[in-house]
Design a protein around this ligand. Structure first.
Ligand code: G16
Length: 589
């Protein structure tokens, strides 16, 4: 108690620490006290799980700039917290009443004495962190809070706090899920470690690349250039690439002649500022190629992808090789030259979801009886053309969820045997039901087809995962589709031109939206003005919502032409500024 209330009180007493779209996320300078509390409360949540279940904590602010940090928890099956767990955490991290804290801990201790008097089952709290400069310090505080709770409750040594050091977010979720193998299908071997993560996905990729119908048909293969956002994903890509090369060498001559794709990792920690002018958020929102801080790749740039700061998002793109981005590490003052290159293609989360659905649909058509159900979950940010394509051309159902993968994940699990969920920003994965697992096993046993089993092995079922998604897309393009280019992928349908903007306001909490965030409900003056703006352009659609990770209001607009989309976005931004107490300069038309 003295640790949380005296030694590490909340760093900013006036701040309400809310659990946002993806955990607590603030300027790192006001997070010390918060981290101690989160560590402590995580132990309470861990002790509530059935015996021998592990949980995890990830310290990262993902796509935000380096001055931010964050913390999010992983449940035993690798998924995000439930709303009631989020409420519990939020209420207690903001609590400063010593008596209430004392009672909470006494009640918990009493409960443990009564219900788990001599439990010898081991539970572990796994910790991971990204490469931000303050992450080790915040991680340490979290561990101290967790250890203090273990000591205070006199819980025996069967609670372990295991700091894995630097991990990608999906690695942490993988480790937690694989530590609780009861949540894994029988055909996935539990490997709860960083190396286990690398081996799991490298093996599935190599199997699929070397056993597909088109295996070896790789004449169109170009190197895949990966922009690591100057974050944690860079090293992980290198490890994955090495593991794949080793496996391909072992396989050499045994099956097919596939050499795999040469994957080339760029923009590691220290090459440039984290997420600045690089990474998936930059590429997708600014519609610009990244700065290649470690030197512009000299070969073709027609097959590239960009990760975000904790490697749970990915977008693919092609870049005009004639005018690549200016190479710059920034001068002494930290200035960075403006990129000059152009995107030739942007393949975002909508396109990734549709690529996966397209291949799976074909595969399922070949299956003689009883296919599992399949559908796609999107958010309001999904391009209107993508939704139309899924419903009209693929003939698949679409569900629209609130922003935040926790909402999409839930909707995908609830509604489909094969639930493909992606946010347009490239955050997503595929979840499979028990019925799918039985189907996949039957396909393997009765029809000698391991495709569905191996596909499941290549996908991180716990959370959106840039590295798995990268390998999956590469397999689909190169092998399953026999050598598609980004152009062919892009040509599946044409996106409506869209634009995303951010507006600063005095207090974004005054803004409320409907359930799927397509309309603004408060302040009530906003939506009629947005409707009016939409009516001025062809096929116009716009919405606004308060961000759950940054202190801004987000604006999305799409329309029939680039000019109309930009005009609509600017109008919507001005409406936000005028009606919600905008801060700084009024957005220009
Ligand atoms: C997080 C969430 C995503 C969400 C994004 C932006 O991404 O995991 O689901 O789309 O924030 O959220 P908002 O618009 O509320 O700021 P990441 O990659 O930053 O963890």
């Amino acid at each position: 108690l003295s640790l949380i209330l005296k030694d590490q009180p909340l760093s900013d007493a006036l701040q309400h620490y809310g659990y946002g779209t993806a955990g607590f996320r603030f300027k790192a300078s006001i997070m010390d006290g918060l981290m101690v509390r989160v560590g402590l409360l995580s132990i309470l949540l861990l002790l509530e799980t059935p015996s021998s279940e592990d949980m995890g904590i990830m310290i990262t602010a993902s796509h935000n700039d380096e001055s931010y940090n964050g913390v999010k928890l992983a449940r035993p099956d690798g998924s995000m917290l439930t709303p009631s767990q989020e409420d519990f955490l939020t209420a207690w991290v903001n609590e400063n009443d010593a008596e209430k804290w004392k009672r909470l801990l006494e009640d918990k201790a009493e409960n443990l004495r009564t219900n788990q008097p001599c439990s010898d089952s081991e539970r572990t709290l796994h910790l991971g962190r990204d490469t931000r400069v303050h992450s080790p310090h915040l991680s340490l505080l979290c561990c101290q809070g967790a250890q203090a709770c273990v000591d205070a409750l006199v819980v025996n040594s069967n609670v372990r706090i295991l700091d894995h050091g630097v991990l990608t977010t999906p690695m942490l979720h993988h480790i937690v899920l694989h530590s609780n193998p009861q949540y894994l299908p029988s055909y996935i071997t539990p490997r709860p470690s960083r190396n286990g993560y690398i081996q799991t996905f490298a093996e599935a990729y190599v199997y699929l690349m070397t056993h597909g119908e088109s295996a070896g048909g790789g004449t169109t293969i170009n190197a895949l250039h990966v922009d690591g956002a100057c974050g944690v994903g860079h090293q992980a890509v290198k490890e994955l690439t090495l593991a794949i090369q080793d496996l391909l060498e072992e396989n050499d001559g045994q099956s097919g002649s596939c050499t795999g794709t040469v994957i080339s990792a760029h923009n590691g920690p220290g090459d440039g500022p984290l997420n600045l002018d690089c990474g998936s958020e930059h590429v997708q929102k600014q519609l610009l190629p990244p700065i290649w801080y470690d030197g512009t790749p000299t070969t073709t740039l027609d097959y590239c992808c960009a990760l975000d700061g904790d490697a749970d998002r990915i977008v693919f793109f092609g870049q005009d090789a004639a005018s690549p981005s200016t190479v710059s590490k920034g001068d002494e003052d930290g200035d960075v030259e403006t990129p000059t290159g152009q995107l030739t293609h942007l393949l975002d989360g909508d396109k990734i979801a549709i690529l996966i659905a397209h291949v799976l649909k074909e595969k399922l058509n070949d299956v003689p009886d009883g296919s599992p159900t399949m559908g796609i979950v999107q958010t309001a940010y999904a391009n209107g053309a993508s939704t139309k394509y899924v419903e009209s051309t693929l003939n698949l159902p679409v569900k629209v969820a609130k922003t935040g993968v926790k909402h999409l994940h839930h909707a995908a699990v609830e509604n489909f045997d094969i639930g493909i969920y992606f946010e347009a920003n490239g955050h997503g994965t595929v979840v499979f039901s028990k019925a799918f697992e039985e189907f996949a096993i039957k396909q393997q046993q009765n029809f000698n087809s391991s495709f569905f089993v191996k596909l499941h092995q290549l996908i991180n079922p716990a959370v959106g995962d840039a590295l798995c998604d990268m390998l999956l897309v590469d397999f689909l393009l190169k092998s399953a589709l026999g050598g598609w280019t980004l152009q062919q992928w892009n040509d599946m349908y044409q996106d409506l031109p869209s634009r995303m903007l951010k507006v600063k306001v005095q207090d974004r909490s005054i803004i409320r939206c409907n359930d799927n965030e397509t309309e603004c409900t408060e302040p009530d003056t906003v939506q009629p003005l947005l409707q009016q703006a939409m009516s001025t352009v062809n096929q116009g659609r716009t919405f606004i919502r308060p961000s759950g990770t940054e202190d801004v209001v987000r604006v999305y607009a799409e329309a029939a032409t680039r000019e109309e989309a930009d005009t609509l976005a600017a109008l919507a931004a001005q409406i936000v500024y005028d009606t919600c107490n905008g801060v700084g300069d009024r957005p220009s038309a």
